[in-house]
Design a protein. Structure first.
Length: 74
């Protein structure tokens, strides 16, 4: 089993301030239809039900810092 890196809460303001930071992967776990209706620019959509099957293919470095969110960009 892989070790899960330390987890912490990141604020909406911090995510928005780091939109151009390529060191941060912004992972959107909403259903595809909801993602299509609106999402944080640059986020990667991997619906919760598909994470295990698709995360490795869509995210090059799973050890990279990630912000996971499931609400719209309001």
């Amino acid at each position: 089993m892989e070790k899960i890196p330390d987890q912490r809460t990141i604020s909406r303001d911090e995510i928005m301030a780091r939109l151009e930071d390529r060191a941060l992967v912004i992972l959107n776990v909403m259903p595809k239809e909801t993602y299509a209706d609106g999402h944080i620019s640059g986020s990667i959509n991997v619906p919760v039900a598909e994470i295990e099957a698709k995360a490795r293919a869509l995210i090059a470095n799973l050890a990279q810092e990630m912000a996971v969110y499931c609400a719209g960009p309001t």
